[in-house]
Design a protein around this ligand. Structure first.
Ligand code: 6R9
Length: 653
């Protein structure tokens, strides 16, 4: 290990290693076993799930061109709701399954026990049946972060229906497109959705989405706010009214391991959203196992993932993984900055959260508000901190580690995708010495490879940089694109034959640690030097006056591509030419002269998707002065930031 890297290395303490499910020795042994004999390894770990009919076959997968086929536990049958609820009743019926924290800090939190969860899910499932939903049918869920969203997911699973959650921040058009794409029979929603003190009329959005061509699609409405809503007679039903007339008893349907559990639409950088299809058996095994090991979850722990159930992170680490493990999982309806920037930490203190999992973008935003919001609260119950969604810059990592974790809680930087179902690269808290900014090492059964981007040759030296692919299947892998298996093959298996292509660039250091450098479409080539835009961003954000930055390439006469940096300053810092020079010099000194931004544009806001990802496609277009073809901006959290950026670009002179 090189000296510079030893300095930034954070090994688990002896105490963390001792209490963990896996210390380094265990991780090494289990990882080796998982690669040497996947059938034996996953055959054994598949038993963490209760099967109705046990599997006799474990792995049957092919990445071969023309016959991409992924099956795990294919002759087994099970029910996901029975695994997430019923099987816990005997030993922990009175344990809290879900802690619900509402948007308003002054409103009371709810504690739902496994026993109560069982009753809610059975009733809900019977309501769906009553509405004509049966095994294999699709149900769209468009809900705020309320317990009924989890009941709805588990109710679908209980009767073998396939859910497709559409994030409640999406527009009526986006919702309609997804209802149509998966051919849903029913949409589940609520009257209103409070978030950050503002209420969205979700039912109105559903009405708009389902106008015209959707006269067959029924809507089930959960009463959340009691506000006035428009009703479609004969097609709309209140959940609480329907529940009055159904039985409490709903036996779980026997579902084949390879039957789909859910479809989740995810946008690529171009084109129509893809319906990512996840299986029942393999997905559940993988979500549960990663939840237990990555977060070192133990019985009695309180686990909080701040994602929304509209994203894959919410599926795997709010609902399915934690509940399959009999955990107590926190569901939060609100936002990190309401009523103030201390909300996350207030909730952690109040519910004595042991594992906290959030996104770097939230960490950076809260870091910009100062330490006092964190220091007010007692966070001594936190044992593990997690991040997901994008690379975390060392500056934010250090703040998370020092100010939130007080240096006591290992940080797990989990790299994965909607497509992967669960974590693929991640530290384990008791096993892996972490390095700020690295997702570190593969989870059990995962064989990451780095390929030379143009030739596709596998780079076998330990230190290497290229595109990240995965060599063989794992149980949580997506099975197909809904209704379009050909697109599945073209998107993930055509560029590099016999591998799953992640779309991410990656560097492996001399210790074998993986560093995600960003999507490969974000790689820029400056004077023949390939550079991850994330590297420059990370340098910029390390400057004390910078809150956030996004870097893209733009055509440059001499260098091929130049570096264009959008910079959001910390609260109260004024832009100036001096500061621009200071930042240029700063990046030069942090990375080297080749990384010095050619242009810096002050950006009061960056265009982000509602899940917090920066839309670099739009920033690239603005940097290229190509304002006419910005593409679809309707999925942005705040489309008005784009106009600001264009105006400033044009005023640059
Ligand atoms: C779970 C989720 C997937 C893309 C992925 C990558 C980026 C996710 C990351 C990360 C660096 C991490 N990404 N986790 N990059 N470090 N720890 O986010 O799924 O929304 O499908 O996004 O997000 O670029 O390819 P999804």
């Amino acid at each position: 290990m090189s000296q510079s890297e030893t300095a930034g290395l954070y090994p688990p303490t002896a105490e963390q290693a001792a209490r963990a499910h896996a210390d380094k020795e265990t991780y090494d042994a289990m990882y080796a076993a998982s690669i040497a004999d996947p059938d034996a390894f996953w055959g054994e770990h598949g038993k963490r799930v209760d099967w109705i009919k046990p599997y006799s076959k474990v792995k049957n997968t092919s990445f071969a061109p023309g016959s991409i086929d992924i099956k795990w536990y294919e002759d087994g049958t099970l029910n996901v709701a029975a695994n997430c609820v019923d099987r816990h009743l005997k030993d922990r019926g009175n344990q809290t399954a879900i802690i619900w924290e509402p948007d308003e800090a002054s409103d009371e939190a709810q504690h739902i026990t496994y026993q109560q969860l069982h009753a809610h899910v059975c009733k809900f499932a019977n309501v769906l049946k009553e509405m004509g939903v049966s095994k294999g049918d699709r149900v769209v869920i468009y809900m705020p972060m309320i317990p009924q969203a989890a009941y709805a997911m588990l109710a679908c699973a209980r009767i073998g229906a396939i859910h497709s959650i559409v994030f409640a921040g999406f527009s009526p058009d986006a919702l309609g497109a997804r209802v149509n794409a998966c051919g849903a029979k029913v949409v589940i929603t609520s009257d209103g959705a409070p978030r950050g003190g503002r209420v969205t009329n979700l039912k109105d959005n559903v009405n708009q989405a389902l106008r015209d061509d959707f006269n067959e699609v029924k809507c089930l409405v959960v009463k959340r706010t009691g506000q006035q809503i428009a009703w479609r007679d004969g097609l709309d039903f209140w959940l609480h009214e329907m529940e009055e007339n159904v039985s409490n008893d709903c036996p779980p349907e026997e579902v084949a391991a390879e039957d789909p559990l859910f479809v989740l639409y995810t946008s690529g950088s171009t084109g129509q959203p893809k319906g990512v299809v996840h299986s029942t058996g393999g997905y559940l095994v993988y979500a549960a196992m990663t939840h237990q090991y990555t977060f070192d979850y133990h019985d009695g722990d309180i686990f909080w993932c701040t994602a929304d159930v509209g994203w894959v992170t919410g599926h795997s680490y709010i609902v399915y993984g934690p509940l399959a493990n009999g955990a107590t999982t926190v569901m939060f309806e609100g936002v990190p900055t309401y009523p103030d920037a201390g909300r996350f930490w207030a909730v952690c203190e109040k519910h004595k959260v042991n594992q906290f999992y959030t996104a770097p973008t939230a960490i950076r935003a809260l870091m910009g508000q100062g330490n006092s919001f964190v220091e007010k609260y007692d966070l001594s119950d936190i044992k593990v901190l997690g991040t997901v969604g994008e690379p975390i810059n060392p500056e934010a990592w250090n703040w998370y580690n020092d100010v939130v974790g007080k240096g006591r809680a290992p940080i797990v930087d989990t790299w994965w995708q909607t497509e992967t179902g669960g974590h693929l690269l991640t530290p384990l808290p008791g096993a892996t010495a972490t390095k700020p900014g690295s997702a570190t090492l593969p989870f059990f059964g995962i064989q990451p490879v780095i390929l030379e981007p143009t030739t596709g040759a596998e780079l076998t030296d330990t230190a290497a940089e290229g595109v990240l692919c995965i060599k063989d299947s794992w149980p949580g892998q997506m099975r197909t694109v809904w209704g379009d298996h050909d697109r599945f093959e073209k998107t993930y298996f055509a560029d590099y034959k016999n591998y799953y292509f992640t779309g991410d660039g990656c560097r492996r250091d001399e210790d074998g640690y993986y560093w995600i450098t960003g999507r490969v479409d974000d790689v820029i080539n400056v004077s023949g030097h390939r550079m991850g835009t994330a590297e420059v961003e990370s340098a910029l954000v390390a400057h004390s006056k910078v809150a956030e930055s996004a870097v893209v390439g733009y055509p440059h006469e001499i260098k091929g591509q130049g570096i264009y940096a959008y910079v959001t300053l910390m609260n109260g810092v004024e832009p100036s030419d001096e500061l621009r020079k200071e930042l240029e010099t700063w990046v030069r000194s942090e990375i080297g002269p080749i990384a010095k931004p050619d242009l810096i544009q002050w950006a009061p806001g960056l265009p982000k998707t509602r899940s917090g990802k920066i839309m670099r496609r739009i920033l690239r277009k603005i940097a290229e002065d190509d304002f006419g073809s910005l593409g679809d901006t309707s999925t942005l959290a705040d489309p008005s930031v784009v106009e600001d950026l264009i105006e400033n670009r044009m005023n640059r002179g």
